[in-house]
Design a protein around this ligand. Structure first.
Ligand SMILES: Cc1cc2nc3c(=O)[nH]c(=O)nc-3n(C[C@H](O)[C@H](O)[C@H](O)COP(=O)(O)OP(=O)(O)OC[C@H]3O[C@@H](n4cnc5c(N)ncnc54)[C@H](O)[C@@H]3O)c2cc1C
Length: 462
């Protein structure tokens, strides 16, 4: 096996000794790990296509991987699989200033794309908390969101075109630089958020937008998480759509302050980080409305960031929420439930009550403006009894989220971690449709099999 792999990518781009495989045996998801047979680094579309043909001839599944920051086990290797890592396939190929587009290979980090856009005075808004290390290929495959999703949308909203290697080894280009393009079916959309199970993304054509010229960041503290949730619901209903409406509960505020030392108010029950960007007059008006609504909803204090340094420090502190919570207990189980924004107060109350009922430690933070909540259970996978309580609490939380018209995952994807919950949200016919599409595009089930759903035999109900 090894010699055929090194023939495709060269000896320096194949790992096979167990100690070298360990870093590729897990992603950012707790309690999941599995050694692959080998890790292969491909650096061109041709090498990816050759790897797909190799996988077909050997009947060995391929698990595509960016930098493994995923939070649902999407790039977790399956037993007997080879990891195809694209982190070294990492050049920005073109910035087209006239058409406001950027063409890139899949292994470029999200931050490098944002910086390249900024270097020519443009803006790439999607900003997952992991943006310093996550790859654009992973962002496409998970349709990742970020702190600015409320106003600017998610990765999908910036994808104009994709080059994809299909399961038969062929290379297809989907989309164009045209702002309007309805020729044929909207095929690129099938691959966005497909978690590597339908094809392998080898180039991405992104759209860029003008840089906002002004920004205001407001920090509001609340006695309870519920009152912060109410402020968010009121801001959206006003309606004001700021760039960012992020929140942290008390457990997360304490963990972040202990980690980042930015002077967060550790006694606050909850904290809202609100950012408005755009034209200075609009920014000022939005900031004032948000301050007033926060106070009406019961905020204890509301203050604006004094300068750019404070603004960046607050945003960085928010981005470190997951890493900060991960230091509290050995195992961190982070969820990604999302509800219509009017239902946020009910959801956060339920999460807190459920954690109390099951005697569990939970930190809650997330993109409140998107209705996207990250309840983070702080636990220890070696304690089987506590893990059982976590599983029970998770199941209740998923069912409650769905009952509010919500979804089990707003941005992290299903992978393997949320696979058991998917049939709670999608009906049998929809589950069958997923299998039909997978079978049509990957008949031998070799591209990241076993992720999102188990393939149903043709014609059978899920
Ligand atoms: C601290 C932290 C903060 C985070 N914050 C956010 C956040 O704010 N918003 C958010 O949405 N997510 C967030 N995430 C989750 C994660 O960073 C994103 O899902 C990210 O897009 C994954 O990119 P990656 O390169 O690490 O992909 P990986 O984890 O390597 O892979 C993710 C999935 O994409 C597939 N894949 C990867 N590359 C390709 C490709 N080229 N073609 C086809 N399939 C591919 C894999 O098979 C897998 O299913 C966070 C994670 C961490 C650790």
């Amino acid at each position: 096996m090894l010699s055929s792999l090194t023939e495709i990518v060269g000896t320096d781009n194949v790992l096979h000794s167990p100690e070298d495989l360990i870093p590729y045996s897990f992603d950012g998801t707790a309690a999941l790990s599995q050694l692959p047979l080998a890790v292969v680094f491909a650096k061109s579309t041709e090498e990816v296509a050759a790897m797909v043909l190799w996988s077909r001839s050997q009947k060995i599944p391929l698990v595509t991987r960016g930098t493994g920051t995923g939070l649902s086990g999407g790039s977790l290797p399956l037993p007997g699989s080879v990891v195809l890592c694209l982190a070294k396939f990492d050049k920005i190929l073109e910035i087209d200033r006239a058409n406001l587009t950027l063409l890139t290979e899949p292994g470029v980090t999200t931050l490098a794309i944002a910086e390249a856009a900024a270097s020519v005075g443009l803006f790439y808004p999607p900003d997952p908390g992991s943006m310093k290390i996550s790859t654009i290929g992973g962002n496409v495959a998970n349709n990742s969101g970020g702190l600015r999703g409320l106003k600017y949308g998610v990765t999908r909203d910036y994808i104009m075109g994709l080059e994809v290697v299909l399961a038969d080894g062929s290379i297809t280009w989907l989309g164009s630089k045209c702002v309007k393009d309805v020729a044929g079916l909207s095929l690129k959309d099938i691959f966005i958020g497909s978690e590597g199970i339908l094809g392998i993304v080898t180039k991405v054509l992104l759209s860029l937008v003008p840089q906002p010229i002004a920004r205001e960041t407001i920090l509001a503290t609340f006695p309870t998480l519920e009152s912060a949730a109410q402020a968010v619901a009121d801001i959206i209903a006003h309606p004001v759509i700021p760039c960012t409406l992020e929140f942290l509960d008390n457990a997360t505020i304490r963990a972040v302050e202990d980690f980042a030392h930015v002077g967060l108010p550790i006694e606050a029950g909850a904290l809202l980080l609100m950012e408005s960007d755009g034209h200075p007059s609009v920014v000022e008006a939005e900031a004032q409305v948000m301050q007033e609504i926060a106070l009406r909803a019961g905020a204890d204090s509301v203050k604006r960031a004094a300068d750019e340094a404070e603004r960046v420090a607050l945003a960085t502190a928010r981005r470190s929420a997951f890493s900060a919570l991960a230091r509290v207990r050995p195992t961190t189980i982070l969820e990604d439930v999302t509800v219509p924004r009017s239902e946020l107060p009910k959801l956060v109350r339920f999460i807190q009550e459920t954690a109390l009922r099951y005697n569990l430690q939970v930190g809650v933070f997330g993109h409140f403006g998107d209705g996207n909540v990250h309840p983070t259970f702080l636990t220890d996978e070696r304690d089987k009894e506590e893990m059982h309580r976590v599983e029970e609490a998770l199941l209740e939380m998923m069912k409650f989220t769905i009952s509010l018209g919500g979804t089990i995952t707003g941005e992290h994807g299903v992978g393997v971690a949320k696979k058991p919950f998917l049939p709670l949200q999608l009906n049998e016919d929809t589950m069958r449709l997923l299998s039909t599409i997978k079978r049509a595009l990957d008949p031998d089930n070799l591209l990241n099999p076993g992720k999102i759903f188990d393939l149903q035999p043709s014609g059978e109900k899920a």
